[in-house]
Design a protein around this ligand. Structure first.
Ligand code: GDP
Ligand code: ZN
Length: 379
């Protein structure tokens, strides 16, 4: 699962996702006497960083400790570059003024929220996420449009989307729901779990072990309950009494970076939970790869798939292999996205696109190494 054996002295960080690729990226910092750490939470000018516990004389400890570190050295006005939860940092733990972050390692993936304010600016919510787990309750009616939107957002981040249909115990037969969800998320691992009975939880924990994951999805989808089930303990507070509309209400987020028993972490930042409009530009073509494939087979390159002869998209609608709903959903998301894009600062967007390209290359390489090849092609 890990990228080779994690060498000393950073083995304690393996539980937080440290691997040999990071080890080589960190070499120059190690020479300067800095230690690696994972950012757990960021406040103004300071952040909590998980670092290897200090070696006590001759005793090398295998634990970690969380230190509060200054981030002045990595200060930037660029909202895309500020330290965020999930970042790997080079930390000076010996500074007389207290621990300080001296540098951030390049990010593999980034979850960005574009605000819908007048001058939209991206905000980084989480870095270095491997899996974006989209929780969808099957107790409520399955909203495939919303699912597609979450899948697009996940692809945009550079993380691998995964769809988890929750509360399976409330539905006698999940066959059709599973098939529907799969049709809306091509190339994505879609599975069913019940935190109540434990069905599918161990398999999910196994799939996420060693990696960094986030749980996305609507309030009440069962994210806190599932997080607790994965962690094997009560960390996130679950609304015990149901609201009249049947949804649970999330009350407290205890911590942002939660280690999994089998290694790896779940990132649960308040920002990720309350996510609204995101820039799903880059992820749309992947979320709708089936339609993109069809469009590539249309007779005319600029086919609008409305009335053209030789249109492969219309042909697929005709023979039922493509659902009208899905094409509609794609068009709606494209329009919505163009609208957000028009409000976004051009420089920021250019930068995001460049970063995304680098990330997707790095992320793919890492994903392939982690999974040891043999998986389906995801791009
Ligand atoms: P969140 O808002 O996505 O974090 O959702 P919560 O984890 O707070 O769960 C919302 C509600 O769904 C709570 O009342 C939970 O008890 C309930 N719930 C969560 N998982 C399951 C499950 O597997 N089965 C059943 N029957 N209820 C669940
Ligand atoms: Zn066409």
């Amino acid at each position: 699962m890990k990228n080779g054996t994690v060498p000393q002295p950073y083995s304690a960080l393996a539980a937080y996702g440290w691997d040999s690729l990071l080890d080589s990226a960190f070499a120059a910092h190690a020479e300067r006497g800095l230690v690696p750490g994972r950012v757990a939470r960021v406040d103004r000018g300071l952040c909590d960083v998980v670092v290897p516990a200090a070696a006590d004389g001759a005793h090398v400890t295998h634990g970690t400790q969380t230190v509060r570190a200054d981030t002045e050295d990595v200060f930037t006005r660029d909202p895309m570059r500020v330290a965020c939860t999930g970042d790997w940092a080079a930390v000076d733990t010996a500074a007389v003024t207290g621990p300080a972050v001296r540098a951030l390692l390049p990010r593999r993936t980034t979850f960005v929220r574009s605000t819908s304010s007048k001058r939209s600016e991206g905000q980084v919510l989480a870095a270095n996420v491997d899996f974006a787990v989209i929780a969808v309750s099957i107790a409520a009616e399955l909203d495939l449009g919303r699912l597609e939107r979450f899948v697009s957002l996940a692809w945009t981040s550079g993380a691998q989307p995964m769809v988890v249909l929750t509360k399976a115990d409330l539905v006698p037969d999940t066959t059709y729901l599973l098939a529907d969800a799969r049709s809306a998320a091509p190339g994505v691992d879609v599975r069913v779990v019940s935190a109540a009975t434990g069905d599918g939880v161990a398999e999910l924990a196994q799939a996420l072990s060693g990696a960094t994951s986030v749980l996305l999805g609507q309030s009440g989808a069962g994210k806190s309950t599932l997080t607790n089930a994965l962690l094997g303990r009560e960390v996130q507070e679950v609304q015990a009494i149901r609201d009249s509309d049947g949804k649970g209400r999330h009350t407290t987020t205890t911590r942002d970076l939660l280690p999994l028993p089998g290694g790896g972490v779940v990132i649960d930042t308040p920002g990720l939970r309350g996510v609204g409009l995101w820039d799903a530009d880059a992820g749309l073509t992947q979320a709708f790869s089936d339609i993109e494939d069809l469009a590539g087979r249309c007779r005319f390159q600029d086919c609008s798939h409305s009335a053209e002869p030789g249109c492969a998209v219309l042909a697929a609608l005709e023979d039922g292999s493509l659902a009208y709903r899905r094409l509609d959903s794609y068009r709606r998301l494209l329009r919505e996205n163009a609208w957000i894009a028009s409000r976004t600062d051009a420089r920021l967007r250019a930068e995001m696109r460049r970063e995304w390209k680098q990330r997707s290359a790095a992320g793919r390489e890492m994903y392939e190494r982690k999974r040891g090849g043999g998986h389906r092609k995801v791009y």
